[in-house]
Design a protein around this ligand. Structure first.
Ligand code: PRP
Ligand code: URA
Length: 209
């Protein structure tokens, strides 16, 4: 079974409370998504391998550690996942970014793919899929399936808010994928929205409603 990690860091929880507020402006919403992504990135990358290096300071040689081994890729699910890219790219040196375009059919809630572009060596990279919302889990599950078909072997999923239904779906479809969230909410409503959630993440990031 994949692991579910819910971050309880006070800074993340504080920012999430402002993010959820219906009165939060588009500008502030965007900034908060980016800041929360940055804070979550800190924990999601905690287990990255390091290697010893000697660094000449102006005073002496310092024994230091730098990132070693496998390379990373961040993969936002368009469009709302785009809001999380800046925060990740600012934290991870030289990270490559792949894009998966999916939208939920409003009738069936099933994901429809419209774009897929990955770094050519995606099979050798540790992949972090980012999307603010894990609702039915249909989009995340499809994204991970497409990534596996493209050769990705090591995949993590990072969402800001998840519904129990989405976590269950991911654990059933992709038990090898660890899931990191800032909040596990109560349930989905009849329109597939997370309750209490924050509404439509894409619309709130891009101001399209
Ligand atoms: C939202 C969200 C996820 C998806 C989650 O995207 O960003 O990708 O819904 O729902 P699911 O778990 O039920 O699949 P949406 O389809 O609204 O597209 P958008 O990002 O373009 O707004
Ligand atoms: N997508 C969103 O943007 N919000 C939800 O609550 C569910 C899916």
């Amino acid at each position: 079974m994949s692991n579910l990690c819910v971050f309880d860091h006070p800074l993340i929880q504080h920012k999430l409370s402002v993010l959820r507020d219906e009165k939060t402006s588009v500008k502030e919403f965007r900034e908060l998504i980016s800041e929360i992504s940055m804070l979550m990135c800190f924990e999601v990358t905690r287990n990255l391998a390091l290697e010893e290096v000697d660094v000449q300071t102006p005073v002496a040689v310092a024994k230091c550690r730098r990132l070693a081994g496998k390379k990373l890729a961040v993969v936002p699910i368009l469009r709302a996942g785009l809001g999380m890219v800046d925060g990740m790219v600012n934290m991870i040196p030289n990270v490559k970014v792949g894009h998966i375009g999916l939208f939920r059919d409003p009738e069936t809630l099933e994901p429809v793919k419209y774009y897929f572009k990955m770094p050519p060596d995606i099979g050798e990279r540790d992949v972090i899929v980012v999307d603010p919302m894990l609702a039915t889990g249909g989009s995340a599950s499809a994204a991970v399936t497409f990534l596996k078909e493209a050769g990705a072997k090591s995949i993590r999923l990072m969402d800001i808010i998840a519904a129990p239904e989405g976590v269950e779906r991911m654990q059933k479809d992709h038990p090898d994928v660890d899931i990191y969230v800032a909040a596990l909410d109560d349930h989905l409503n009849d329109h597939g929205y997370i309750v209490p959630g924050l509404g439509d993440a894409g619309d709130r990031i891009f101001g399209t409603k």
